[in-house]
Ligand binder design. Structure first.
Ligand code: HEC
Length: 230
């Protein structure tokens, strides 16, 4: 029936284009629906979490780790629910990744804890013998750049409508407000408060002392970010 099409390069190319374009639209168009972004229960990152995300990107963790769980049983058994596009509404840039040298980290906050990360980032080999993940000891010394995180929050709130200081709907019907400091100093104070809570679960005395003195080592921000991945 379609033999004439195979003999006509122009219409054949056109038919291929239309078929692929239609298949593409079927995948893409639903994502523009109002309900699909952001997914209920997805909240913007707090100041410290966002700073931790910068630490993650700066150290190229995404070169070895994906943040995208595919809808296969082998993945959902291991990592939890598969990813939905609306969960990435506040991720700029996306960190889906295309290579899994290490495991996916999309929901790592559900099954790893602050002290686990602390030990693992200091010496991965001691926690998981045989691992090829490098140690990141400088994060226990370097200061977190809160100012850049705050600058990003101001920008995404203003230009992308990220709902800081506004109620965000949660899955259980309640709402939650993620606060953004009114000034840089307030943002620094809020980040420090978060850091103090996290340092209570840490053992490294240098890090605990630093936080008590008002300085936030990068490891604390990174752990805040890891714990937020759920
Ligand atoms: C060279 C590749 C590589 C890089 C770069 C890398 N990792 Fe890993 N990572 C691994 C491998 C392999 C594992 C699995 C073995 C293990 O747990 O150490 C892993 C495991 C992990 C785990 C445990 C996940 C789980 O489900 O058990 C976390 C958390 C993690 N990495 C975080 C990070 C962070 C944060 C960075 C950046 C600072 C980073 N990784 C950079 C390779 C890497």
């Amino acid at each position: 029936m379609f033999h004439w099409l195979e003999k006509n390069p122009f219409f054949f190319a056109l038919a291929v284009f239309v078929t692929i374009a239609f298949a593409g639209l079927v995948e893409i168009v639903p994502n523009f629906a109002q309900q699909s972004r952001p997914l209920i229960g997805t909240t913007p990152y707090s100041t410290l979490e966002l700073a931790g995300r910068h630490v993650y990107i700066k150290n190229s963790c995404n070169a070895c780790h994906s943040q995208l769980i595919r809808p296969f049983k082998s993945e959902t058994d291991r990592y939890g629910d598969y990813s939905l596009s609306g969960e990435y509404a506040y991720d700029r840039p996306f960190l889906w990744g295309s290579k899994r040298t290490g495991p996916d980290l999309m929901r790592v906050g559900n099954y790893r804890t602050t002290d686990w990360h602390e030990n693992h980032m200091w010496d991965p080999e001691k926690v998981v013998p045989g691992t090829i993940m490098p140690a990141y000891r400088w994060m226990f010394v370097n200061n977190t750049d809160i100012d850049t995180a705050y600058a990003e929050m101001l920008t995404i709130e203003k230009f992308f409508g990220v709902p800081y200081n506004k109620p965000v709907p949660m899955k259980d019907g309640t709402t939650k407000i993620i606060k953004m400091g009114a000034t840089l100093n307030e943002a620094r104070m809020m980040a420090l408060e978060e850091a103090i809570t996290i340092s209570h679960d840490m053992k490294n005395q240098d890090v605990i002392d630093a936080v008590a003195l008002g300085r936030i080592p990068e490891i604390v921000a990174l752990i805040a970010y890891m714990n937020s991945l759920k």
